[in-house]
Design a protein around this ligand. Sequence first.
Ligand SMILES: Nc1ncnc2c1ncn2[C@@H]1O[C@H](COP(=O)(O)OP(=O)(O)O)[C@@H](O)[C@H]1O
Ligand SMILES: [Mg+2]
Length: 252
Amino acid sequence: MAKLNKNPEVLLEISRLRKEYDGVPALKDVSLKVTKHEALVVLGPSGCGKSTLLRCINGLEGIQAGEIKLDGRVISGEGTDWRLIRQKIGMVFQSYELFPHMTVLDNILLGPLKVQKRQRAEAEEAAKALLDRVGLYDKRGAFPRQLSGGQKQRAAIIRALVMEPELMLFDEITAALDPEMVREVLDVMLGLVQSGMTMIIVTHEMQFAKAAADQIVFMDGGEIIEETPPEDFFARPKTERGCRFLNIFQFE
Ligand SMILES: Nc1ncnc2c1ncn2[C@@H]1O[C@H](COP(=O)(O)OP(=O)(O)O)[C@@H](O)[C@H]1O
Ligand SMILES: [Mg+2]
């Protein structure tokens, strides 16, 4: 989507990021730019650092070196108001627990009302419009236990979107779903791509990656090995590691 834009504005800029766990590097010298309205898909084998990268971006992990900028402002240093930044950067995980004792609508309204101090009527209207958009309007009064896995993930996406984030991070959000529910969640994601949301998506769904990505980032061993448009990456990865990774998925 961003490809059409001749002067894309950079929303997120990561420079020379290093992240260690107990002295062991999980991310080594990672640099990356995400422009507004771009859908960046991050691929790579298990343990290569994909989740760590997303967790560093919204401050769930401290970093050892480098810099992360959102909209031109450094957010990786001291004194960052993560409460504010996390309203601008929404994240959905593989299992993003909704509060079990609250209805779908109340789960979604928690952020707008308690964190953003918005008016109930306005927030509720926004929440209902989003629920309608992902086919969950009829489930607004249901409790999480009454929802399927796919419905719960769609509600979790709405819970992030209702905060009106500038950037959305998705970490393998369909990985724990039964196959018949993967499609409905990926369709919501494709709708978001089409609406121009800026997103970083970690996934193992290769057909989806091909269809949704403006840019593919392939990681291995805590490093970005390739960064290419999807048509190039899926036709012929530049690296041997990229080829090996794609071969694993060829017989799916
Ligand atoms: N909380 C943690 N403590 C120690 N090591 C971790 C922690 N989280 C991740 N790691 C390690 O960092 C590396 C990258 O992990 P991760 O980002 O989860 O990879 P991916 O999401 O690509 O599977 C792995 O070697 C993993 O074992
Ligand atoms: Mg992970």
